[in-house]
Design a protein around this ligand. Structure first.
Ligand SMILES: Cc1ncc(COP(=O)(O)O)c(C=O)c1O
Length: 463
């Protein structure tokens, strides 16, 4: 009878695959025996597998460049990394090894850029695309960056007031972009995004505020849809509206030469996720080319700002099951040794699902469980996957350890949970370990941060 955890996974998914395999009933992730990592560092444990970052960057670059070659596209593709998805130094250092540009969202991002530049890791001609609503410190930092010799700083106007602020007490030439306030998906809470400037206001705004000003040059039109790059009528409709606007704007503004299509390439949230990246890249590029040709407008350089796609699949969270509670005849609660709310806040906030697998005991029979976090918050649980309204684990046995892993958790979770800050119910931030490969392809690990101590939390709390 096929009733083992291994059978369940093998029957549910294409398993093993390039990323996951099982050797002697234990999970390997990119060829790394996770039980070895757990034996060395314990749980709860956050891990970052750096080689995956470069693989994804190169993959996107390749796809867009191939798509451009197929339609004989006469401009370039620029990959930007959206820093807000993970600001850690080791992530930015890895990202920058792959020749990318940067997108920022607030003032302190610019301090990171300066630091990386001082360390010789980021060149002064890197595109720094500055998004976000700009408060005085952000404006000042952007101006400083340009004054220090950065040649491709590109503030994206989020509203009609920012340009005046950027030009105040500033005498250098300024290149800017304008963000389109996109229409939200029909089922959303409101119609138009609060981010950016309304479609119909953009050309009049350009004519009255930028066209006659020699100090400013409009270079980029920025378009981003928070539901991501999806093969839906909504996405293609919004994209084509943005390209048409680009063409209309170009006719009155010849300096405009770049279209930024934002972030939103997806990552795998369950093992069978199907997404045709090549098709999407080809279709985007072909649409831009077609609409520009129809309008007799030269095709723009294309910028993307992928966050999740760059770092999401490099991250994982490992926990152990500390005990099992049976709260009625049917519901089993496997308690983890940390909290979902504090370590994977998107599971609680937006019902985010991740690739979820047992790490050991794959030869055991399985059972349906709910996973409970250690906070006393009833919302601190995880009990469904994308493809199924249930989760399963090897049957609990009290004489052995059970470890579990959530994969592709590398984007947004640390900053949303305030890594190293105050945590719900004071559950400490977990250890963070970096995994990389040496020149022989052998993996090695490095402890980046120990588990948060009570002292660090009490200090923040004023004790
Ligand atoms: C302007 C902008 N660019 C890029 C991104 C990154 O999106 P993702 O992580 O989905 O690639 C975001 C995310 O909110 C964004 O607001």
């Amino acid at each position: 009878m096929k009733n083992k955890y291994f059978d369940l996974i093998e029957q549910t998914f294409e398993f093993p695959n390039e990323e996951f395999a099982v050797v002697e009933n234990e999970l390997m992730w990119f060829g790394i025996p996770l039980m070895d990592i757990i034996k060395q560092y314990g749980t709860p444990l956050r891990i970052a597998y750096l080689p995956k970052i470069g693989q994804n960057i190169q993959r996107a670059k390749r796809m867009f460049n191939v798509a451009m070659a197929k339609v004989d596209y006469n401009a370039d593709y620029h990959y930007c990394y959206c820093t807000k998805s993970s600001h850690f130094s080791f992530i930015l250092e890895e990202v920058l090894r792959h020749n990318v540009h940067i997108e920022t969202s607030s003032a302190f991002d610019i301090n990171i850029i300066e630091t990386l530049h001082e360390q010789g890791l980021l060149a002064a001609d890197t595109f720094v695309i500055c998004n976000g609503f700009k408060r005085p410190q952000y404006i000042e930092n952007i101006q400083n960056l340009i004054n220090c010799g950065f040649t491709n700083v590109l503030p994206i106007l989020d509203n009609k007031f920012e340009l005046d602020l950027l030009l105040k007490d500033f005498d250098k030439k300024l290149q800017v972009g304008i963000r389109i306030a996109s229409e939200e998906e029909p089922k959303f809470d409101f119609y138009t995004s609060r981010l950016g400037i309304r479609y119909k206001d953009i050309i009049p705004y350009y004519k009255t505020h930028i066209a006659g000003n020699d100090q400013v040059e409009l270079k980029m039109l920025h378009f981003f849809i928070n539901t991501g790059v999806k093969d839906t009528a909504y996405y293609w409709n919004e994209l084509s509206k943005a390209i048409n606007l680009y063409c209309e704007l170009h006719k009155v503004c010849p300096t405009l030469d770049s279209l930024n299509i934002g972030g939103g390439f997806p990552i795998q949230t369950h093992l069978d996720m199907v997404y045709d990246f090549e098709y999407m890249a080809e279709e985007i590029v072909a649409q831009i080319k077609n609409i520009c040709s129809k309008n007799n407008v030269p095709e723009p350089d294309i910028f993307t700002e992928f966050g999740s796609f760059t770092v999401g699949e490099s991250g994982a969270m490992l926990y152990s099951i500390v005990n099992q509670k049976k709260q009625n005849d049917r519901e089993l609660w496997n308690m983890i040794d940390s909290s979902f709310m504090t370590t994977l806040p998107d599971t609680w906030a937006i019902n985010q699902r991740y690739v979820f697998l047992a790490i050991n005991n794959w030869d055991s029979e399985y059972e349906r469980v709910n996973l409970g976090g250690l906070t006393c918050d009833s919302e601190d649980f995880y009990n469904a996957e994308v493809h199924s309204n249930a989760i399963f684990l090897p049957k609990m046995q009290y004489d052995r350890e059970q470890y579990i892993g959530f994969f592709h958790t590398g984007a947004y979770q640390e900053s949303l949970s305030g890594f190293g800050g105050i945590q719900h119910c004071l559950i400490p931030a977990p250890k963070l370990v970096i995994i990389d490969k040496d020149e022989n392809g052998e993996y090695f690990t490095k402890l980046f941060a120990k588990e948060q101590s009570y002292k660090s939390m009490l200090k923040i709390l004023g004790y």
